[in-house]
Every structure is written in C-alpha cells, then in structure tokens.
Design a protein around this ligand. Structure first.
Ligand code: SF4
Length: 411
C-alpha cells in the first residue's frame, strides 16, 4: 500500500502597510535587518513617540467615552495618568523616551513616595507631554464625538505580482493594517445640517472648506451613510515635493496608505462608502526646533501647501534663528498645518494598490535572491537620505550609507 505524503504547507506571506511598505521605502537594506532579521533599532525614539501618541489618544478616547470628561482636560489630573500608563506599556516592549521628551513614570518608582503633585511646570513642558495635551484639547474635543470605531484591524488578499510557480513563494499575498479611527454616520448627519456655519466642529469645518470633498458628497443621495478614515502621525507635515531624490516621498506614501486602507475597509462586510481620509500631523501642534528648521526651509522654498496665508506666523518663522526661543505661532496656523484631507478617488486607489503590488514584488525578489544564497548586502538595495543613514544602526558596515563613518572607532 502506498502511503500518501503530506502536502507542502501553504503559506501566504503577509505584508503590513506601515511595518513593511513604509519601512521598505525608507531603505530596503535597513528594512531587511530590522523587519526580516528582527533586529530592533537601538534608539527607536521616533518609533517611541509614534506609539506613545497613538496610545495616549486611544486611551483618552476610551476615557472620554466612559466618563464624558468635559474639555479642556487638565494636564495633571486627566492627561498625565494616561501618559504614565502608556509609557509603562511601551517600556515593557523595550521602548523608552528621551529625557527631554517625557517626565519619568511615577508609577515606575516603587521606592519613592511620589504623587502627581510632585510634577512641576517644567515637566509639563516636556515635548511629548505638550503634544499629547494639545492633541487631546485641540483635536480630541472635535474628533471623539465623531468616532465610530478605533484601532480597527483590516485585512485583504491580493494576487502575487509577477507570479511564477517555480520561483514565487505563493500565488497570493496578504495585506493588513490598523485604522486608527473610523468615523461614520455622525459626520454625515452633521454635514447635512442647515446651520452648518454655526456648527463649531473644527473637523467638519475643514471638510466643508475642501472643494473636492464637497464634490464627492454631492455624488451621494441625501441621507446615505459614508465613512472617513483617520490616521494620526507623530511627525510634522511632510513637504509636498522632495529636494533630496533619495529621501522617501512621505507626502505621497501617506496618501497611498489612506487609499490602500480604503480598499481594505471596502472589502469588509459592514463597510459603507469611504469618501475621504484625514491625517493628523501632531508635531505641528507643538513643533520642535528641528521641525521649525524644516518648516522654515519648506516655507522659503515653496515646498509646503499650508501656511502662507498666515503672514504674521510666516514672518515670525522667517526671522527666527535656531539659537532663539521658539516663536509664538498662532493656534490657527498650527491647527491648519496639522490636518490633511485626502479624498478617495477610484483611479488613485487603483494606482496606490499597484504601487503596493510593486513594493511587494521588490521585497519578494530580494527575499528569493537571499534564499538562493545571494549575500544580504547584494540582495537588498541600500539607499537612503542622509538623515535616515545618520540614525541607522547599520551605517558602520553598510557600503552605501550617505554618512561618512570614517571617524567611527571600535572601543
Ligand atoms: S546606512 Fe543608510 S543606506 Fe545603509 S542600511 Fe542604513 S539607512 Fe540604508
């Protein structure tokens, strides 16, 4: 009797929008070491802030939902305990802030009898805390009432680009992502109100001002439901054009992220038409010195889309020097720069999916080369901008880094 042999295991490779697409586009080789080699970055400060602000906003929303705390929230009473909670969660995962970003976690000092009152005004002004407070008090008040669901996991399957049964690992690949916030119905109703001008929801006011959004709304019957995808970014607003050809075009990749999310969401059973996405660039609410230098350059070079209409703010930034105190920018300027509306257009959505397919094809090509015995540095392209290379843990042995490491000494 012939015993049947067990069939080969069938595995579909999974790719995530933020973990794979954005990170591969930053630098292929760095992505290989960090994601495929599971070598975490030694100083993941950028990652810390991104995760921190997401965690704080998610927790703040849950607390608002259950306690209905009125805005503005008090930093010591309402916000600081949330920061502590999120900081501790991140510490468990090996993610720590810089000293200048966040006050130490009170709950993490079991030997010391510290209370929330031991915090002083100086600590209030630490960067991450200041941004968390502004994000909650400026946007939370307008965003939380519109939320339908948060931290929504979305998944989909696509055919493997350039599939070849002798070479490819699988005939399909999986895409996944987490939508920070999904708004539905409620925003729809608000837009239909006749007294729109009196309605003081800032998010709706920004949507109303967007002519493309108004055109999209007009395509639907009154009373139809639709959804808006919202994503938070712990960074400044990216420039609309890149001066450095090596740097990843974040403006474009963020748009692709929203468009791909909208495709994934549309595959879910309870989905309603997705008309637009909103990205909140939260660093704009409290820009750091490094952010201000970039904002100044981008305003001067015409590389940004929002800001010129606030002449006083533009002048303050133009006259500001790095050694000066940060300029007192108006709330209107900061708020307008922190929100970006991306309308979901079917053709652009198709283009974004093709782009995702081509990134997956590049990752799969490099993986297959490596599986066949090619050296890592030959299988994965090393190419990035100076800023990324200077913070990269692999710059000392990477052949193509943009930063000279001749001064590097082995202790
Ligand atoms: S040093 Fe630069 S090019 Fe090399 S792996 Fe790091 S980011 Fe990529």
């Amino acid at each position: 009797m012939k015993l049947p042999s067990r069939s080969k295991s069938y595995m579909i490779p999974e790719y995530s929008l933020t973990g794979d697409l954005l990170s591969f586009l930053t630098c292929n080789l760095q992505y290989r070491y960090q994601n495929k080699g599971t070598l975490p970055p030694s100083k993941p400060v950028q990652r810390w802030f991104g995760e921190f602000i997401h965690g704080v906003l998610e927790e703040a929303y849950l607390q608002w939902k259950y306690n209905q705390t009125q805005f503005p929230w008090d930093w010591k009473e309402d916000i600081r305990p949330i920061e502590d909670l999120i900081d501790l969660r991140l510490q468990v995962r090996g993610l720590y802030p810089h000293d200048e970003d966040l006050f130490f976690s009170i709950l993490n000092q079991p030997d010391e009898e510290l209370t929330i009152d031991d915090l002083n005004e100086h600590d209030h002004k630490k960067l991450a805390s200041a941004r968390a407070e502004k994000a909650i008090n400026i946007w939370g008040e307008h965003l939380f009432p519109l939320i339908d669901s948060s931290e929504l996991l979305i998944k989909g399957v696509r055919t493997m680009p350039n599939y070849d049964e002798n070479i490819s690992r699988s005939n399909y690949y999986g895409i996944n992502g987490v939508v920070d916030v999904l708004t539905s119905m409620k925003i729809n109703k608000s837009l239909e109100q006749s007294n729109l001008d009196n309605f003081n929801n800032k998010i709706i006011a920004f949507l109303k001002k967007d002519s493309d959004f108004r055109k999209r709304i007009a395509e639907y019957e009154e009373g139809d439901d639709y959804e808006i995808i919202i994503d938070y970014k712990g960074m400044k607003r990216p420039p609309i054009k890149m001066n450095d050809s090596k740097a990843e075009d974040k403006w474009e990749t963020h748009k692709q992220q929203i468009l791909t999310y909208s495709w994934l969401r549309s595959k879910q059973e309870d989905a309603k038409p997705i008309i637009a996405g909103i990205i909140f660039y939260l660093n704009e609410l409290v820009p750091s010195k490094e952010d201000l230098v970039l904002i100044k350059d981008e305003l001067n070079d015409g590389l940004t889309d929002v800001g010129y209409e606030w002449q006083r703010d533009v002048e303050l930034i133009e006259n500001w020097q790095e050694e000066d105190k940060a300029p007192e920018l108006s709330d209107e300027f900061k708020i307008a720069r922190s929100i970006r509306i991306i309308n979901v257009n079917e053709d652009e959505k198709e283009e974004a999916l093709k782009k995702f397919d081509s990134v997956v094809a590049d990752i799969e090509n490099s993986l297959i080369k490596e599986i066949k015995g090619c050296k890592i540095q030959d299988a994965w392209k090393a190419d990035s901008d100076e800023r990324t290379c200077s913070a990269c843990d692999f710059k000392t042995f990477c052949k193509n880094n943009s930063v000279k490491t001749k001064d590097f000494k082995i202790p």
